[in-house]
Design a protein around this ligand. Structure first.
Ligand code: HH2
Length: 273
C-alpha cells in the first residue's frame, strides 16, 4: 500500500510515524511549548532527527473547548515554520487545518499533505486539495471542538464513523482526488466518550476494510488518562501501547508527540508482523 502526497510516495508496508508540531499557545498536551517560530522549528528538526516520517504542523488547537483562531493569526503561526522547514528537510510536511485559505497558503509554501479534522467539509476546501497534488487526511468529528464533548451520541459508533468516512472519501473521489492520496482517521477524542474511543480502537479493522490507509491519533489523549489515571505529561507509555495496538490492527500512520519511543516500538511490530 502506498500513500502519495505531493512529490513524496510513502511505502506503507510498515506503519509510518507522523510527528506533531503544535505552533499554538493552548494545545492540550504541549500548548505554549513551541509557540514561537524558532521553538517550533527546533522541535520539528528534533522530531525529524528522532525518525519522523511525516511532520504535522498545526496553528489552531482542536482540544475540547478551544477558542477558534482568526485566519491571519493561524497563517502567521504556521507559514513561517513551514517555509523554513521545507528548505531543511526532505520528508512530507502536513498542515493541520480546516481552513481552505490556510491549506492554499501552506501548499504554496511547500506542504505536501492536508490534515483536516473536518474532512474537507468547509466551503472551498475540497477544491483547494483537488487543485493540488497534496495528500489528505479525512478525519471524523462529531460537533465542533467548542461543544463536541458535551453529549457525544451514536447509533453505533463504529458504523457511523465508517459511514461518514466513506461518504467523505466518495466526495473526494468525485472532486478528482485520487484514492492513492487519501487517508482516513476515526478522530479519537473528537466528540467521543471513553466507550466510543475504545470501541473504535478495538474495531479499527472495520475502518481499514474501506481500503484506504488509516491514520490513528491517540497520542496522550484523555482516553489514555481515563484508563491509566495518568495526567497528560505522563502518558508516553500508554501512547506507545496505543500506537502498537493500532499498528497491529492495521493503522498505517501514527500521529504522535513522542516520535523516538513510537518509532522504536513500531520497529518491533514490523519485525514480528
Ligand atoms: N488530534 C489532534 C489534532 N489533529 N488530526 C488527526 N488527523 N487526528 C487526530 O487524532 C488529531 C488531529 C489533537 O491533538 P494535538 O494536535 O496534540 O492537540 P491540539 O488540537 O490541542 O493542538
Amino acid at each position: 500500500m502506498q500513500f502519495i502526497c505531493g512529490q513524496y510516495t510513502l511505502d506503507l508496508t510498515s506503519p509510518k510515524v507522523m510527528g506533531i508540531v503544535n505552533v499554538t499557545p493552548d494545545s492540550f498536551s504541549d500548548g505554549g511549548r513551541y509557540a514561537s517560530t524558532q521553538k517550533a522549528l527546533s522541535h520539528a528538526l528534533q522530531l525529524v532527527a528522532e525518525g519522523a516520517d511525516i511532520l504535522d504542523i498545526g496553528g489552531e488547537s482542536t482540544r475540547p473547548g478551544a477558542t477558534p483562531v482568526p485566519l491571519q493569526e493561524e497563517l502567521d503561526r504556521v507559514i513561517p515554520v513551514l517555509e523554513a522547514l521545507v528548505k531543511q528537510i526532505n520528508i512530507p510536511i502536513s498542515i493541520d487545518t480546516y481552513k481552505p485559505q490556510v491549506m492554499q497558503a501552506a501548499i504554496a509554501a511547500g506542504a505536501s499533505m492536508v490534515n483536516d479534522v473536518r474532512a474537507l467539509q468547509e466551503e472551498g476546501a475540497l477544491k483547494v486539495v483537488a487543485g493540488s497534488n497534496a495528500g489528505v487526511c479525512l478525519m471524523h468529528m462529531q460537533g465542533t471542538p467548542q461543544t463536541m464533548q458535551e453529549h457525544p451520541h451514536y447509533e453505533d459508533v463504529v458504523n457511523d464513523v465508517k459511514h461518514f468516512l466513506s461518504e467523505r472519501l466518495q466526495a473526494c473521489l468525485n472532486a478528482g482526488i485520487r484514492a492513492s492520496r487519501i487517508v482516513l482517521d476515526p478522530g479519537f477524542g473528537f466528540g467521543k466518550t471513553r466507550a466510543h474511543n475504545i470501541a473504535l480502537a478495538k474495531n479499527l479493522g472495520v475502518l481499514c476494510a474501506l481500503g484506504q490507509p488509516v491514520l490513528v491519533g491517540l497520542s496522550r489523549k484523555s482516553v489514555l488518562g481515563q484508563v491509566t489515571g495518568n495526567d497528560v505529561d505522563t502518558r508516553v507509555h500508554a501512547s506507545v501501547a496505543a500506537a502498537v495496538i493500532s499498528a497491529m490492527k492495521g493503522a498505517k500512520i501514527l500521529r504522535v508527540h513522542d516520535v523516538a519511543a513510537t518509532k522504536e516500538a513500531i520497529k518491533i511490530v514490523s519485525a514480528i508482523e
